[in-house]
Design a protein around this ligand. Structure first.
Ligand SMILES: Nc1ncnc2c1ncn2[C@@H]1O[C@H](COP(=O)(O)OP(=O)(O)OP(=O)(O)O)[C@@H](O)[C@H]1O
Ligand SMILES: [Mg+2]
Length: 449
């Protein structure tokens, strides 16, 4: 849990104790009078201040003065006072208070205030994520990830879809970091185990529960208590295991193998799969009830080739703090039309390779040398083995989108951006042209005649 610096201005000793109990786990400073409070506000950088207003029987609401001082230093100011006339409330807000609560319901109010504060701070920090942790400038990806981040501090399960190497695991970790959950991020790759081993790994086991169980082991579900359980490749789980997992999710408890005693765990689920869940359900490989339990908010990460605008910022990100590279325009164009079947992971490997090479200015020959052999050297085109591999990895629809995208962008380039000419040349409708450009993350500008 994130530790906050909190000031409590309160003259009543009993009320001080009550507040301290509700704020346990954070760094708390107590002040019983205005002078002490002002001194502390001067010297410590507080995140939140809780202010009583009447500090003593004959006091003239001196707590208000502390609010002004704290607000000026960027402290989130919350009044907790029994003096809650309209006039006092108005004055407090005018002086910079962010919230006003009447005394008496501290237990739930304080918890709400802290949760809201942490959530807002994370949301403000989320703007930086796209330039520091989850690099993307693709509008669609950004919008979907921002939406997912809004749900990070909730209990809602999140399902992340996307081909291999598109950042599913990275995003899951970021969502956990923004969840405010005090427990750990516990990841389990469902495809890496046989059914029996997966069950033991998830639920844990007692010593001697099965051959090879030399000691008692805690399962991943328990390790994820108050944290996040990341179910990677959930689409590969057997139906039997899916049923057991569903029961554990619904009951929040489960039996470790060989144990009579149920374990309780409050985990939040984030899952990921390369496959389309609807297809898995239709094929009878995924239980619909489990799907309903895990798909609360679903985010789809597009293949890198469909967000080519992310290539340059990702290269910058992967080389930051290291040797910087520059690419010739031809090299850049090559990278932007390359199919990147391994997505961001492939790009990262490529950057590592190129960085260790001798040239800092990278030309098309160097790029082609490193990317050749991974698939057909040139961007996939109809009848080409690279395109076939691409379809096998990403599905036929994505491959067809890719072909349309390449033909349309090439023709637009040749026609210097004249869309009417492109529609005539390729005999396509406005709708197809615009939907293709949208999929490529290209904002259709006004027509160039
Ligand atoms: N948007 C991004 N910004 C920065 N790094 C990224 C981004 N997306 C992916 N990466 C990096 O690319 C690599 C692959 O990402 P990740 O492992 O998250 O993909 P994945 O979708 O989980 O892959 P798989 O399907 O194989 O599990 C990692 O090194 C990760 O840090
Ligand atoms: Mg992964």
């Amino acid at each position: 849990m994130e530790k906050l610096n909190i000031l409590v201005l309160e003259d009543d000793k009993l009320a001080q104790k009550v507040m301290s109990a509700h704020l346990a786990g954070h760094n708390i400073d107590l002040a019983g009078d205005l002078k002490t409070a002002l001194k502390k506000i001067e010297s410590v950088k507080y995140d939140i201040g809780f202010f009583d207003l009447m500090l003593g029987p004959d006091d003239d609401y001196s707590g208000l003065k502390a609010i002004a001082a704290a607000a000026a230093r960027g402290v989130f100011c919350v009044v907790v006072s029994s003096s809650d006339s309209d006039e006092t409330i108005d004055r407090a807000y005018a002086l910079g208070a962010n919230d006003f609560y009447a005394k008496g319901n501290e237990e739930s109010n304080v918890a709400d205030i802290l949760r809201k504060f942490i959530q807002n701070r994370k949301a403000a920090g989320a703007k930086d994520i796209f330039s520091s942790a989850f690099i993307t400038c693709d509008p669609e990806t950004k919008a979907a990830a921002s939406e997912a981040l809004k749900y990070a501090p909730t209990e809602l399960p999140i399902l992340i879809l996307g081909p291999s190497g598109t950042g599913k695991t990275s995003l899951a970790k970021i969502l956990h970091e923004h969840s405010g959950r005090e427990g750990a991020f516990v990841s389990i790759n469902c495809s890496a185990y046989t059914e029996d081993l997966l069950e033991a790994e998830m639920f844990g086991h007692k010593k001697g529960a099965f051959t090879g169980a030399h000691e008692t082991r805690k399962g991943r579900l328990l390790e994820a208590h108050k944290g996040t359980l990341f179910l990677d490749e959930i689409g590969t789980m057997s139906l039997g295991m899916q049923m057991k997992l569903l029961k554990a999710i619904e009951e929040r408890s489960f039996y470790p193998l060989g144990s009579e005693k149920p374990e309780h765990s409050e985990f939040r689920i984030i899952s990921a799969t390369l496959e389309d869940p609807q297809t898995l359900i239709a094929q009878g490989k995924m239980r619909f009830d489990l799907f309903q339990r895990v798909h609360g908010y679903t985010i789809n990460l597009k293949p890198l080739s469909r967000r080519a605008c992310d290539i340059a910022p990702l290269v910058q990100h992967f080389t930051s703090g290291r040797r910087r590279l520059s690419f010739t325009p031809e090299a850049r164009a090559y990278m932007e039309t390359y199919s990147w079947t391994g997505n961001v992971r492939e790009l990262k490997k490529f950057v590592d390779l190129v960085s260790s090479g001798s040239e800092g200015r990278v030309d098309i020959n160097t790029v082609a040398k490193h990317l050749k052999g991974r698939e057909a050297a040139q961007p996939a085109s109809a009848g080409d083995g690279g395109l076939y591999a691409y379809a096998m990895a990403n599905g036929l629809e994505a491959a067809l989108d890719k072909v349309s995208g390449e033909i349309i962008t090439r023709n637009l380039r040749e026609n210097e951006g004249k869309k009417t000419k492109t529609m005539a040349d390729l005999k396509i409708s406005t709708r197809l042209l615009y939907s293709t450009l949208k999929k490529l993350g290209i904002e259709p500008e006004g027509e160039k005649k």
